[in-house]
Design a protein around this ligand. Structure first.
Ligand SMILES: NC(=O)c1ccc[n+]([C@@H]2O[C@H](COP(=O)([O-])OP(=O)(O)OC[C@H]3O[C@@H](n4cnc5c(N)ncnc54)[C@H](OP(=O)(O)O)[C@@H]3O)[C@@H](O)[C@H]2O)c1
Length: 281
């Protein structure tokens, strides 16, 4: 199959390219320099020229706190761009796979969120990603994921590797929960959903819900340091507070995958160990 990957310079885009190349696909990988997805005419021209079977739209503005002060840029990158990709994909007969987030929820529910729960984003980023879901249309595969970690790009694993070498103690919040998700596992599942032309919203995360405090303890242990160096704090005690509100409960129930009889991604501690082994050697 011929595929186009947008945002190929990012964590997920990089590994989607890798998964498709490994599977023998004909892959066109575009980073921001090759294709700015906010430029409608460029998106139209690129997709018309490439004529892919599938577009994996991984480009997004993911600087959650910065989105608060520049909603126009957030909506251009995370919502309007999806419209440009969707309309060009439809003209080319390409299936669209686009990525969304647990931040579409307000995080107040006391159980994991399934795909039919009502979104209520509390941040500009979350609102822009929810608008992007709407722009994707009914024929797209929309994958909501959370706490993304990959080998290429910045994420909590890399941040903790650096912080743990610079400080004796680390403080992380113990009142925000989610499922860390590793791009090495997520990317092949995106390809499978595309191949099977599964439309609609799918929650796809690695399994094993934790707080940031618990996740950071696992990372510290995986790099061979004492997890006791990590201290729990509350979101209300963050100084300075973060510009964007995060959902206290960002745990996504992968209900649609389960109901379809598709395999769930494994517990996050396994890909965590593999990623730490790769990036610390
Ligand atoms: N990271 C997370 O924890 C997380 C959680 C849930 C869902 N998601 C979603 O998962 C997807 C992949 O995220 P990720 O973690 O791989 O993010 P990432 O590492 O920040 O990658 C996003 C890529 O998109 C590029 N990009 C931004 N604006 C663009 C534009 N106008 N045109 C073309 N490329 C552009 C970025 O380039 P620059 O670096 O040049 O800006 C970056 O390479 C996104 O849809 C994101 O919203 C992420």
């Amino acid at each position: 199959m011929k595929v186009l990957v947008t945002g190929a310079g990012g964590q997920l885009g990089h590994d989607v390219v890798g998964a498709c190349v490994s599977a023998g696909d004909d892959v066109v990988a575009t980073g921001r320099a090759e294709l700015d997805v906010t430029v409608r005419s460029d998106v139209a021209a690129a997709i018309a020229a490439i004529r892919p079977d599938v577009v994996f739209h991984c480009a997004a503005w993911t600087a959650v706190d910065d989105c608060e002060s520049d909603p126009d840029r957030a909506f251009a990158a995370n919502a309007e761009a999806v419209r440009w990709v969707r309309e060009a994909s439809a003209l080319a007969g390409a299936h669209l796979v686009t990525i969304s987030t647990d931040y579409v929820f307000d995080g107040t529910l006391e159980r994991p969120y399934h795909e039919r729960d009502t979104p209520n984003p509390r941040s500009v980023y979350g609102r822009s990603k929810l608008a992007g879901e709407g722009e994707a249309g009914p024929n797209a595969t929309i994958v909501r994921t959370s706490w993304v970690c990959g080998e290429h790009g910045s994420n909590m694993v890399r941040t903790v590797l650096r912080l743990a070498s610079e400080h004796d103690t680390l403080s992380f919040v113990d009142d925000q929960h989610g499922c860390p998700t590793f791009t090495a596992d997520l990317a092949p599942m995106l390809r499978r959903l595309a191949l099977e032309r599964r439309t609609g919203i799918h929650h796809v995360t690695n399994q094993g819900a934790v707080s940031w405090y618990e996740f950071v303890r696992s990372i510290v242990a995986a790099i061979g340091k004492d997890p006791a160096m990590v201290r729990p704090i509350r979101t209300a005690d963050l100084d300075p507070p973060r510009a964007a509100e995060r959902p206290a409960n960002g745990v996504l129930d992968n209900a649609v995958l389960r109901e379809a009889g598709l395999p769930l991604l494994r517990d996050h501690r396994q890909p965590l160990a593999e990623l730490v082994a790769r990036i610390s050697t």
